[in-house]
Design a protein. Structure first.
Length: 303
């Protein structure tokens, strides 16, 4: 089958009347243009141009030239249409710290490849801040954690399980799992800035009252307190990279998995580029690298 480059060479050589001028128009060398046309002639089984001054189409070339022009014209129209609809602009995207650290780098890399003219500005916030930001227009999109209401067009981008956050010298670290009841005995630390909804669900599953020993706002404060031996806590597997030396993640009982959903707002129209981000995420596997000595990889898949 002839290539588009070969057909373009035929059209350009005939229009230019010489290989030298055609090479200039094609931004190539005269030798390359000559070789491309010779290859096309071998493909069709006959000479397409008379190599004289000026270059003219042979009878066979004259028969095939309209088809070559149509193919080149259609390809150029296709390229022009793609350029017209190419996505350009900025999307403001909100996510919680564990998603920013554990999932978002892979997504940003994916989007930069699929949508090179789209800039994603990241807004890091707490669980209770993301939806108000989204609905008020502070951000255009968000990766919500276990949303109650999912807007049409939203996309599940990942799942990850909750883990116990303990020091590396914790006596139960070698067990298959550490129960939420055992964690309570060591002084359960809660962070209002994230994961508290999941901690409540864990206590409900275990039939235990939710009574944290300490309650702080920042996730970093909670992690530091675990490092100092003040208590233990719970966080998602994606947050493993936030842990310092001496603190690790361990399997938790009962098991609990959270869902991460990429979405636009529910009560106002979506920014067109948000739909482009969702489309670029479809069927794109996301590999989340878990740090902090986690003992079992969570399932993390964009769907």
């Amino acid at each position: 089958m002839p290539t588009l480059a070969q057909l373009r060479t035929l059209v350009t050589v005939v229009d230019a009347g010489s290989f030298t001028e055609a090479a200039v128009r094609l931004a190539t060398s005269q030798s390359a243009a000559s070789h491309a046309l010779a290859a096309l002639e071998r493909e069709v089984g006959g000479r397409l141009v008379e190599r004289a001054a000026p270059v003219r189409a042979t009878p066979l070339g004259a028969r095939l030239l309209p088809h070559a022009r149509a193919a080149v014209s259609s390809a150029d129209a296709f390229t022009a249409e793609v350029t017209t609809v190419r996505h350009r602009g900025t999307v403001r995207l909100a996510a919680v710290p564990t998603v920013c650290q554990g999932l978002l780098p892979a997504l940003l890399h994916r989007w930069s490849t699929e949508l090179p003219d789209v800039q994603v500005r990241v807004f890091e916030g707490d669980d209770d801040e993301l939806e108000p930001w989204l609905e008020s227009g502070t951000v255009d999109a968000a990766i919500l954690v276990d949303p109650v209401h999912v807007a049409p067009g939203a996309r599940l981008v990942a799942r990850d399980d909750m883990r116990a956050v303990v020091r590396t010298d914790h006596p139960l670290l070698g067990e298959p799992a550490i129960s939420i009841e055992e964690l309570r005995e060591d002084g359960l630390l809660a962070s209002a800035g994230g994961c508290e909804a999941q901690m409540l669900r864990l206590h409900e599953q275990a039939g235990l009252p939710y009574e944290p020993a300490q309650r702080v706002r920042e996730l970093a404060t909670m992690v530091r307190m675990v490092a100092e031996g003040i208590g233990v806590s719970v966080m998602p597997a994606l947050g493993g990279g936030l842990l310092p030396d001496g603190v690790t993640l361990a399997p938790l009982s009962p098991e609990l998995t959270r869902e991460l959903v990429l979405t636009g707002p529910s009560r106002r129209p979506w920014h067109p580029l948000v739909r482009a981000l969702v489309a670029a995420t479809t069927d794109a596997p996301v590999d989340a690298t878990l740090a902090g000595g986690s003992t079992r990889a969570s399932t993390t898949v964009a769907v």
